[in-house]
Each structure stands twice: as structure tokens, then as C-alpha cells.
Design a protein around this ligand. Sequence first.
Ligand SMILES: NC(=O)c1ccc[n+]([C@@H]2O[C@H](COP(=O)([O-])OP(=O)(O)OC[C@H]3O[C@@H](n4cnc5c(N)ncnc54)[C@H](OP(=O)(O)O)[C@@H]3O)[C@@H](O)[C@H]2O)c1
Length: 225
Amino acid sequence: MKISVIGTGKTGSKVVEMLGDNLAYAFDESNPPTLEKLKESDAVIIFVPGDAVKDILPKVLESGIPAAWGSTGFSWPDDLEDDVQKKKTKWVLATNFSLGMNIIRNAIEAISAGSEILKDPEFKIHEVHHVHKKDAPSGTALSWKEWLNKEAEITSAREGDVNGIHELTVSTANEKITLKHDALDRALFAEGAIWAAEQLLKNKNLTSGIYTFGQLFDFITKNND
Ligand SMILES: NC(=O)c1ccc[n+]([C@@H]2O[C@H](COP(=O)([O-])OP(=O)(O)OC[C@H]3O[C@@H](n4cnc5c(N)ncnc54)[C@H](OP(=O)(O)O)[C@@H]3O)[C@@H](O)[C@H]2O)c1
């Protein structure tokens, strides 16, 4: 299987590295994708900044190949689902391509349901990121709270070059549960994006259309025997 990559910056370069011989073409701003080269590829993974998506989107759509989009900060058009369906292809749009984060989502939902029987549980979420991160709390910490669906205090710390640590604790008077995710390397996003592109290609049970990363993850891990 030959996969092309659009955007070879901090994240896309990890995808290129990890694809090795399975790389079809690598495109960036100075070497933009062409319809012809995209059509020669089995699928494409995109990590361009949000403001570059509008330049690329028509070409990726026209090519009709499955696409795994990692770009954030872009408002996807309302009629995109129809357009992807018309091309009879499959796309995944992901704001976070961490496979581990999907496992965490399922774990947090289980903790949320199970904690119903605990006496006066206290929920806390703590996140740590590098000193250059401007927003706090992180979008991921907010997602954890949303998955938990409980009152939870979120605290943030900015230290050194930490990629991202998130920790949920559930405490009662007599016990404490801790769930921790530590992003060790940006390669984790490349790994998730490649996994997603492979699933779009090989999973015959997936119908045409657009999937979130969570939907794709759950479809593969929960529906396939
Ligand atoms: N979904 C996830 O899990 C995830 C994880 C990490 C990052 N992201 C997102 O992915 C995007 C990229 O992040 P990054 O940190 O890797 O960015 P980056 O280091 O700035 O790299 C951006 C790349 O996009 C290329 N590019 C820009 N405009 C282009 C255009 N019009 N046509 C073709 N290529 C173009 C750049 O090419 P040049 O080098 O030639 O300028 C560069 O190779 C951001 O939106 C970020 O938020 C998502």
C-alpha cells in the first residue's frame, strides 16, 4: 500500500519517516500535491495548518482516494459529507490522532458509570505541558471532563518541554483511582494517522463517508470479530 503525505512539518515528517517504503509522495508548500500523483496513491495523510486546508481540499476530494486529515483550526464545510459520499470514498477527520487517547475515552466512560456507586467521590484532572503552550486548560483536559460528565476541578502546569501529561484522579475517603496518559513523542500522532489510513483502505465494512477518529476507533475495536 502506497500512502502520500501532505505537510511535512513537525508532525507530517514523522508520518513520512514511519511510512518508509510505503510512502508514495511527500508534498509541502513548495511542492504542492497534484491530482495525478494523488491518484497514483492508495490513500493520503494530511498535516497542514488549518489555513492551508482550503487550498488542498478540492484536490484531495477530486482524487477520490481515502484521506486521513490531522489539520486543526479549519471549519469544515457543511456539505462535505455529501461531497465525500458522492466520490464514494472514506475520510477520517481527527483533532487528536492518539490511539491511546481513545482507549482512555472508553476507560473514563467506564469510570464515570462505575463511580455512581462510590460514596462522595471527588474528581480531579491535572494537565502538564511545555512552557510554550499558551492555552490552559488543554483541549484534551476539557475532553476528559466532557467524557467524565461529572463536576471535576482542572488544574494546569507549564514545565520544560513536556509533550503532554494528563491525569484523572477519583478519590473517596477510603480509596483513590488514578488514570494517567503521557505523550512521549509526537510520533504518536503519526502512528494513529497511519493506522486510520490503513483502516480506511482495508476495512470493507466501512461505508463511504466521513468518520471522526473516535468513531473509526470504536468501529474497528468494538464491531470487528
Ligand atoms: N490531529 C492530530 O493528532 C494533530 C497532531 C499534531 C498536529 N496537528 C495539526 O496538524 C497541523 C500541522 O501541524 P505541524 O505542527 O506539523 O505544522 P508545521 O510543522 O508548521 O508543518 C506544516 C506543514 O504544512 C505544509 N504546508 C503549509 N501550507 C501548505 C500548502 N498550502 N500546501 C501544502 N503543504 C502546505 C508546510 O510546508 P512548508 O514546510 O513548505 O511550509 C509544512 O510542511 C496543525 O493544524 C496542527 O494543529 C494535529
